[in-house]
Write a protein that binds this ligand. Structure first.
Ligand code: AMP
Ligand code: GLY
Length: 429
């Protein structure tokens, strides 16, 4: 069969890496072109994802592609899956009506409130003055969030009244995230440890993945600014079997059931961003696609072929699938361009990829890379996800950092403490 993957980041390189290994797959395509890691495995095409998707659908028809797997949230929220399905083409991911669960934080919060899913208390505003009055009135640490999609960077901490007011201005007046900031959600700050809970669903049945954890902040010790994600590991010991059962029963199923009741049948990945607080787990956000960089640590641990699992989601037969996972742990360290998530330079030559990939258990997933004059150069904020699989988490983290040590590009930035919470937990035990 022929498979098309949409997206060109680290998550999509990982999807392509997994899919090319599968028995029934004869060819993998990717749109758009650019990522060198993906180009080494797939036939990449520079087709725009900005417009009405007709060109993508024409391409799928012309190449007789059997399945399209959509990686990022933007084309899902803009209805790429709807366009493909209307033409009778198979596509993995939620349609536009279902993707709103990620595309509007206000929608997600309303849904959670309606069905009693634990989450931070919040208010939604479409006017900065009203938002600022509210911040002054409550005078507690908050998070200010653009309602719409902002590449994972739309949540700004406002731990003081001044910082929160500045965040409102940044989103609503300076419009840093464009129309995504027409509305904002202001919510109380939750204290605890985060975890990513990934569930596949066919709209009725929910199939959980193993746990993982991301590191959203740019600097060690969770300091600095919010990013798309600076590293990840799996399993995340913070998700105990009891918590796992609770999340499935009290968060995943009620959410999918409510979506179905609203005529929004959710087929695809439901990513539940959790804060494990003293009062129990609370939902930070829902995403409608695989996490990035969580995918880089989940798929290497997956023993099943992915395509049959994704097809079962589309066909509504997910209940028949049993997932098998390798016992090894995985860790991913993201190497980013110096300055990220603020403006950064690109075009730095990357050295040492072969040496890193040659280390036992190490795979370097590309995110922002491109080919230039026969060299591989940086071409984005997050550049690489250096991933290692090893017998336990400590060994996986150490091996991932050995991979990082082999790689060089000017002003490379990475966190040196990926997995620290899990290691602290281990040391306490
Ligand atoms: P979001 O864009 O909603 O996923 O938020 C991005 C990141 O901001 C999360 O992964 C958390 O680290 C942090 N965050 C968002 N909302 C809250 C909150 N209410 N309390 C504490 N941290 C939060
Ligand atoms: N790693 C967080 C996300 O994918 O949204």
């Amino acid at each position: 069969m022929k498979v098309l993957v949409i997206g060109k980041g680290g998550r999509e390189h990982t999807l392509v890496w997994k899919i090319v290994q599968e028995l029934r797959v004869e060819k993998v395509y990717c749109i758009p072109a650019g990522n060198v890691g993906i180009e080494q495995l797939a036939d990449c095409r520079s087709i725009s994802l900005e417009t009405n998707f007709a060109e993508v659908a024409d391409f799928v028809e012309a190449e007789k592609i059997d399945l399209t797997v959509v990686g990022p949230e933007d084309p899902l929220a803009a209805g790429l899956v709807d366009v493909l399905r209307e033409r009778g083409l198979r596509a993995f991911g939620p349609d536009r009506k279902a993707a709103i669960l990620e595309a509007s934080k206000d929608f997600a919060k309303q849904l959670m409130m309606k069905i009693g899913i634990p989450t931070a208390t919040y208010r939604t505003f479409d006017n900065p003055d009203a938002a600022i009055d509210y911040i002054k009135k409550i005078n507690t640490p908050v998070f200010v969030k653009a309602d719409g999609l902002a590449a994972g960077k739309g949540a700004i901490p406002g731990r003081t009244v001044d910082a929160a007011i500045q965040a409102v201005r940044q989103v609503m007046v300076e419009r840093e995230f464009g129309a995504a900031g027409d509305k904002i959600v202001i919510e109380e700050e939750m204290i605890g440890e985060e975890a990513s809970f990934t569930v596949l669903t066919d709209g009725t049945y929910c199939l959980p993945f193993v746990s993982s954890q991301d590191h959203k902040m740019s600097l060690d010790g969770d300091q600095g600014k919010n990013t798309g994600g600076m590293g990840a590991y799996s399993p995340a010991p913070v998700i105990t079997p009891e918590l796992h059962a609770y999340v499935m029963e009290s968060i995943a199923y009620p959410t999918i059931d409510e979506m179905r009741a609203q005529g929004r049948i959710f087929k695809g990945v439901l990513y539940i961003g959790l804060m494990i607080t003293e009062a129990g787990p609370k939902v930070i956000e829902f995403n409608c696609r695989f996490g990035d960089p969580e995918t880089q640590v989940l798929l290497p641990r997956m023993e099943n072929e992915l395509i049959p699992v994704l097809e079962a989601c589309i066909d509504g037969t997910l209940e028949e699938i049993e997932l098998k996972w390798r016992r090894e742990a995985a860790a991913c360290v993201v190497m980013a361009s110096g300055g990220y998530p603020n403006p950064y330079e690109t075009g730095e030559v990357i050295m040492g990829l072969k040496r890193a990939n040659a280390l036992e258990g190490v795979t370097v997933f590309h995110a922002g890379t491109k080919g230039y004059n026969g060299k591989i150069v940086t071409d984005g904020g997050r550049v690489l996800g250096v991933t290692a699989l090893a017998s336990n988490l400590k060994a996986a983290i150490d091996q991932a950092y050995r991979g990082v040590a082999e790689i060089h590009f000017d002003r490379a930035h990475f966190r040196r403490d990926i997995g620290y919470r899990a290691l602290e937990r281990r040391n306490e035990a």
